[in-house]
Design a protein around this ligand. Sequence first.
Ligand code: PRP
Length: 177
Amino acid sequence: MREQFEEVLLEEEQIRPRVSEIAARISHDYEGKDPLLVCVLKGAVFFMADLTREITIPCEMDFMAVSSYGTASDSSGVVRILKDLDATIEDRHVIIVEDIVDTGLTLSYLRKSLSARNPASVEVATLLTKPTRRKVDVPCLYEGFDVPDKFVVGYGLDYQERYRNLRFIAALPEGKL
Ligand code: PRP
C-alpha cells in the first residue's frame, strides 16, 4: 500500500502519542465536567475511537454526519446535516472531534449550529489542520498536527471513500486525483 503514496506524512507511531497527549489534556481540562464528545462522521471515527479510549475521566459520545455542497475536494461553507445528534446538548460541555480542518467552513458552521443549542461550552479537537488553506478563523483548542496543502488520506481520511483504513497518514500524488 505504501508505495502508491507520494509521501507518508505521519506514521502510526507518531499519531498514537499525540492522540494520548490530547486525551491527557482533555482529561485534565474537563475533570468533573462529564464532556460530550461529538464525532463528525466519517473521517473522525478513528481519532474519536483512539482519543476517547485514552481519556481517563467520565465522558459521553455522540455522532453527527454533515455534507458540504462543495466539490469533492473543496468545501463551499454550505453544510447540510445528514445525521443530527441523538440527544440535547443544553448545559453540556461539548467537544467537536474532527479529523481535519481545511478551509474551516464546515467547523465554523458546526460551531455556530451547536452553540445555538445552549451548551455550557463548545470546543474543538482536530487531529490535523491545514493552516495555509483557512478561509475562516475557527478556534481549535486541541490540534494534533499541521499538514501541508496536499491531499491527505488515511487514519479516517479518504479519497472517494478509499484509504480510510490506513494506519498512517499519507499524501496522495497529484496524478491520482
Ligand atoms: C472533511 C473533514 C471536515 C471537512 C473539513 O470532511 O472531516 O469535516 O472536510 O473541510 P473544511 O475545513 O474545508 O470545511 P468530508 O466532507 O471530506 O467528509 P468525511 O469526513 O465523511 O470524509
